[in-house]
Every structure is written in structure tokens, then in C-alpha cells.
Design a protein around this ligand. Structure first.
Ligand code: AMP
Length: 184
């Protein structure tokens, strides 16, 4: 199964993605993790990507597509995978479609973990994290929406989008995810 997982900062996406990959026995492809690893190893791609990451910018599409393309050729991706943090642009989404189409293994679903902004704000404030002041939280949410809205439209047009209610406990949310994935 090939799934794209999308969710706002603070929605518990990392935890749910881990649980889902364990449940489906597929690798978890987080482009953020892959880039941080390349950076730590000091590879050419890592050095290049690091300049953008340190500046808080998106890494250019060509670099990301190369990294993901190489990862998809690894044998553990033959049975599927879960994409986390990718695609972040329409161009990345189109490249992913091309990769998967040429392999005859199209995407099965795009899961959008949906949590309203006010609930996220309450959760983050309840955690009492010093860097999570209201303004920063709202800005992160705005950035997230600006990036994801076109992607969500892209996948909605292709009838691949499933919105998951991300409110409630971690277990409740995971049950909803499982129900959706099992129905595919
Ligand atoms: P993340 O852990 O997903 O927040 O990613 C950390 C950083 O890696 C981001 O701020 C970007 O600089 C870069 N990055 C990760 N995934 C992508 C992507 N799909 N496209 C462009 N940049 C990315």
C-alpha cells in the first residue's frame, strides 16, 4: 500500500505515522528525516539541502525528487511505503505520480489528519512549551495551510483524499485511521 500522510504541526502526525507503518508493515519515508541524515553524513546532497533547511526554506524540488527516487528503488519499498513530509509542492506530487505510474504501483490514498486550529492551539498551550507562543503557533499553521491547500485540492480531484478527524486521544485517532485504511 502506498499512502501519503499529511497533517499540521502538533497534530500527532509523527506518532500516527509510526503506528500506521507498523500496522501495515511498510517503511516510513520521512523526507525531513532523510535530509537530516544526509546532512549528518555530510553527503553532497546533505550539504546542499542543509543550506535551505537552516534558512527555514523548502529544499528545491529537484533535490527532493532525487532523494525520494533513490529511496523508492530500495527493496523494502516494493510492498509499499508511507510518505511523510512529501510531497510539499504540486511539482513533487506530479513527479511522485510519474514514479509510481511507471512502476505500475499508484498511490492508494492520501490521509489528511484534520485538527482545527483552535484545538491545536489549546493542545500546544497545555503542553506549556516555551517556544510555542500563540503567534508562532498561528504562523506555523498558516505556513502549513499555504503549502497543503493546493496539494489537498490536487488529491481531491484525483479522488485519493481521505480526511481523518484528528481530535480525541491517540488511540481514538488511530482507530479512525485503521478503519479508513482497511476500507481501501
Ligand atoms: P520536516 O521534518 O518534514 O519538517 O522537514 C524539515 C526540513 O526539511 C523542512 O523545513 C525543509 O527544509 C526540508 N524538507 C523536508 N521535506 C521536504 C520536501 N518534501 N520539500 C522540500 N523541503 C523539504
Amino acid at each position: 500500500m502506498r499512502i501519503v500522510f499529511i497533517g499540521p504541526p502538533g497534530a500527532g502526525k509523527g506518532t500516527q505515522a509510526e503506528r500506521l507503518t507498523e500496522h501495515l508493515k511498510i517503511p516510513h519515508l520521512s523526507t525531513g528525516d532523510m535530509l537530516r541524515q544526509a546532512k549528518d553524513h555530510g553527503t553532497d546532497i546533505g550539504k546542499l539541502a542543509g543550506q535551505y533547511m537552516d534558512a527555514g526554506k523548502l529544499v528545491p524540488d529537484g533535490v527532493i525528487i532525487q532523494v525520494v527516487g533513490e529511496r523508492l528503488r530500495q527493496p523494502d519499498c516494493q510492498q509499499g511505503c508511507l510518505f511523510d513530509g512529501f510531497p510539499r509542492t504540486i511539482s513533487q506530487a506530479e513527479s511522485l505520480d510519474e514514479f509510481l505510474r511507471s512502476d505500475g504501483t499508484p498511490l492508494d490514498a492520501v490521509l489528511e489528519l484534520y485538527v482545527p486550529e483552535n484545538v491545536l492551539v489549546e493542545r500546544l498551550i497545555a503542553r506549556g512549551r516555551g517556544d510555542d507562543n500563540l503567534e508562532a503557533i498561528r504562523q506555523r499553521f498558516k505556513d502549513y495551510e499555504a503549502i497543503t491547500t493546493p496539494l489537498l485540492d490536487y488529491y481531491k480531484e484525483r479522488a485519493l483524499l481521505y480526511r481523518i478527524d484528528g481530535t480525541g486521544t491517540m488511540d481514538e485517532v488511530f482507530e479512525r485511521i485503521k478503519t479508513t485504511v482497511n476500507s481501501l
